[in-house]
Design a protein around this ligand. Structure first.
Ligand code: ATP
Length: 305
């Protein structure tokens, strides 16, 4: 185990930003933390990184007390900061070299540029980079010291799908090298694909922690039928469809979780014919429950509201 968090608490005035969190992260795993805005993710991560102090509880990183061995821990971990633009007049490679100077050991700049596909932009000034390039630069900065644990805070937010996929590859490559990655993300698909285990955080507490499959299986034995109807039927009507066990709704969109897909579907079709305009289910899909469904069920919210 490379991170151990025990009963962590951080209070800001009336807000219990972190309210008694405990978990462990194993060596070589990609560990994900998911939660709505304000759930306490950044506070937790920054305490682990030694950037903030806790009010109570204990955090051990690589066997060291995070409050006492801050210097040594910083040499051995990598943290993605959202601030590469702090030195706007340096080129990409100059900035990476400045950062390398902060550490006892570092990866060659060439290798870092290769990892995040920024070789062609090496001589571009930081202030002239696009949002996606800045994002990749911030990941390269997190990797400068070839860290044993890398903390990535929403590393693919704002990236186009192709660059996002290349970032996933970077994370998968780190894992293949036996490195530990601590990831916060708002993208369920990303968490489901990359993370070995995921902690779902809400109101400063961990409300679920398991593998993506485990989270789905323990919350849903059912399949999901998704469609749009105008007007949308009430939850009570949806729950009266045979086989239906629970529902989630948003505007005209309906998700009915069911043990009996054909029975629920035919009740829904019949309902639409009698009550709705157009009298059909729009954008109808039948699917297995996903991590997004788990998140919605546990927190009562979509990840971005
Ligand atoms: N320095 C601070 N001073 C006062 N309140 C703070 C401070 N930092 C965080 N908070 C509060 O603590 C709570 C948790 O914030 P935190 O940034 O950890 O959440 P988060 O899960 O990272 O959210 P996001 O997804 O929006 O980044 C929020 O209510 C926030 O307003």
């Amino acid at each position: 185990m490379v991170i151990k968090v025990e009963n962590l608490v951080k209070v800001y005035g009336p807000i219990r930003a972190v309210d008694g969190i405990s978990f462990e992260v194993n060596k070589g795993e990609v560990f994900g933390m998911l939660g709505p805005n304000g759930a306490g993710k950044t506070t937790t991560v920054e305490i682990i990184e030694g950037l903030r102090t806790q009010d109570s509880g204990k955090v051990t990183v690589l066997g060291l007390d995070s409050q006492k061995a801050t210097k040594e821990i910083k040499q051995r971990i990598g943290a993605q900061l959202q601030t590469p633009s702090l030195m706007p007049s340096l080129t990409v490679e100059e900035l990476l070299e400045v950062f390398a100077g902060f550490y006892d050991k570092s990866l060659p700049t060439e290798e870092l540029l290769e990892i995040v596909s920024l070789k062609e932009s090496r001589r571009v000034l930081v202030k002239n980079l696009s949002g996606g390039q800045l994002q990749r630069l911030s990941v390269a900065m997190a990797l400068v010291n070839d860290p044993e644990i890398t903390f990535l805070d929403e590393p693919t937010t704002g990236l186009d799908p192709q660059v996002r996929r290349s970032m996933w590859q970077v994370i998968e490559d780190m894992k293949a090298k036996g490195k530990t990655v601590f990831l916060t993300t708002h993208y369920m698909e990303e968490a489901e694909r990359l993370c070995d285990r995921i902690a779902i955080v809400d109101h400063g507490k961990i409300i679920a922690l398991d593998t993506p499959r485990g989270l789905i299986n323990s919350n849903f034995k059912e399949q999901a039928i998704q469609f749009e109807l105008d007007p949308r039927p009430s939850d009570d009507i949806l729950l009266s469809f045979p086989g239906a066990t629970s529902v989630a709704t948003d505007l005209n969109e309906v998700v009915v979780y069911t043990k009996d897909v054909p029975a629920t579907m035919s009740a829904a079709i019949k309902y639409a014919e009698m009550n709705c305009s157009p009298p059909q289910l729009k954008d109808l899909r039948v699917r297995q429950a996903s991590l997004e469904d788990v998140f919605l069920k546990l927190t009562g919210r979509k990840i971005r509201e």
